[in-house]
Ligand binder design. Structure first.
Ligand SMILES: *Cc1c(COP(=O)(O)O)cnc(C)c1O
Length: 473
């Protein structure tokens, strides 16, 4: 760079106002009022730094007026203060999507959580006696009503429930598990690892495809603490297979005086075949079959908040609650407020599919989803005019979160295909939908961007249509 050019550049840089000048300008007054001095000052520094860089380009022709700087400042602050956790439209075709927060909660739960957050709550306070209460007592009675359990406790998630129950009942001793049930669920939850963390020794029995009652019976010895049955939630073993059902295992456990624990994973509280859905084992059945403890998630088929439920015999649950780990894994008042509200809906099974979003979405008939597809199709076509073709096709939704991995639910999708080779790529289109005011998430498969409309609630259709007006590709 010549001396003259260097001089010119230094000149341009010196035209940048100081931080104090920007903060004192009339245009920045309202911004200061909105975001406060500290955040605004930090953003002014960032904007000036950005301008300094841009000024290095020859002939940058930058507008350095107070108004132009204020406009940049507003953009910078809006970006910095935008919430990171956003609500999205899950049109992926997986209803209980772990990455998207699993179960959407019913209004009853949303209201209960807001109420519990706002002021103090009787989380561990007995309003009758005026003495100390137990947070589990907020939901244990209704869980007992819905499942027949003697006692119940709630922790952070089902992984925590399994860890805590194993650590309580089997630390330093053996847990008998079938080789067909050595599960891994989404990366970090691997049964053998959890077992090790809980301080138990895994005693595997049977083979991957076949395990018999005699395999369990022969493995029981003086070191046995527990028989564990894990519901195969995210895979199926088919072909030449055999597993021991819960009732047989329960009878064996009782006969030999060894507790049986069942990790149900999904934890459907009711028989879902009533709504035309695949049958899932329920906690009530597991307990009736002789399980001492049953564990399951709150945010899978139950349709509630993230939580791990541990239900079962009074003395076993009491031991779990006395474990020092329980304190580290317990849930807060918001979770309990949401859970109590969701469980309350189960008292009226006849209206459950209307009131519980998870069940409503899972039980939604394909004809209704097709009708929704026809209603929003014009908005998709308008938004993608000339760049892509949109059509309605049959598709198959998954329940997700490991529940019923093989079963599919008939549904309808809006399928977006590129209109000619000069049209934006599917990746670009997919990204454009992700950056909408309410991000719309689909999935790319077989040369098309697919939006399964099962989880588009009628109440969200107008919002989606409005959002699509911002689609830029
Ligand atoms: C999902 C699942 C878990 C883990 O539950 P989280 O609530 O996700 O912690 C454990 N066991 C089984 C069988 C599951 O399906």
């Amino acid at each position: 760079m010549s001396a003259v050019a260097r001089g010119a550049q230094a000149d341009r840089r010196s035209v940048l106002p100081s931080v104090d000048r920007v903060l004192g300008s009339d245009a920045v007054g309202p911004i200061l009022g909105r975001y406060g001095r500290e955040a605004t000052t930090a953003a002014v520094r960032a904007v000036l730094e950005q301008l300094r860089k841009e000024l290095q380009a020859p002939d940058s022709g930058l507008d350095l007026s107070d108004e132009a700087i204020a406009a940049r400042l507003v953009g910078e602050l809006a970006l910095r203060h935008a919430p990171r956790l956003r609500s999205v439209l899950n049109l992926t075709g997986t209803v209980l999507h772990t990455n998207l927060g699993r179960a959407p909660l019913p209004e009853e739960a949303v209201r209960a959580v807001a109420e519990a957050m706002r002021r103090g709550a009787n989380l561990e306070y007995d309003l009758e006696s005026g003495g100390r209460g137990d947070r589990d007592d907020l939901v244990a009675p209704i869980l007992s009503e819905l499942t027949g359990c003697e006692a119940a406790t709630v922790v952070n998630n089902n992984a925590a429930a399994v860890l805590l129950a194993l650590n309580t009942l089997a630390r330093g001793r053996e847990v008998i598990v079938s080789r067909g049930e050595q599960i891994e669920i989404g990366g970090a939850f691997r049964l053998p690892d959890i077992m090790a963390r809980a301080g138990c020794k895994l005693r595997e029995v049977g083979t991957t495809n076949r395990t018999h009652l005699a395999d369990y019976a022969q493995a029981i010895g003086p070191k046995t603490a527990l028989i564990l049955k894990v519901h195969k939630s995210n895979y199926a073993i088919t072909g030449f297979t055999s597993e021991v059902d819960e009732a047989e295992l329960g009878a064996l456990a009782r006969e030999r005086g060894v507790p049986l624990m069942v990790d149900l994973g999904s934890g459907a509280l009711l028989d879902l075949s009533r709504w035309g859905l695949p049958r899932e084992p329920t906690p009530r059945e597991a307990l009736a079959n002789g399980a001492t403890l049953v564990t399951f998630s709150g945010d899978k088929l139950l349709g509630g908040p993230q939580a791990g439920l541990i239900l079962g015999a009074r003395d076993a649950v009491a031991r779990v609650k006395k474990n020092a780990l329980k304190r580290a894994l317990r849930v807060d008042k918001m979770t309990l407020a949401a859970l109590e509200a969701v469980l309350g809906l189960y008292r009226d099974p006849d209206r459950l599919a209307l009131r519980l979003p998870t069940l409503r979405l899972l039980a939604r008939p394909a004809s209704e989803i097709h009708a929704a597809a026809r209603r929003v199709l014009p908005a998709f076509r308008a938004a993608l005019d000339g760049r892509a073709e949109v059509s309605i096709e049959d598709c198959a939704s998954q329940i997700g979160s490991g529940a019923q991995p093989v079963e599919r639910l008939a549904s309808a999708a809006l399928v977006v295909r590129r209109a000619g080779s000069r049209a934006p790529s599917l990746r670009k289109l997919e990204a454009a939908f992700r950056t909408l005011p309410i991000p719309v998430l689909g999935r790319i498969a077989e040369e098309a961007l697919r939006f399964d409309l099962r989880c588009l609630e009628p109440a969200d259709e107008a919002e989606l249509t409005r959002s699509l007006e911002h689609l830029a590709t």
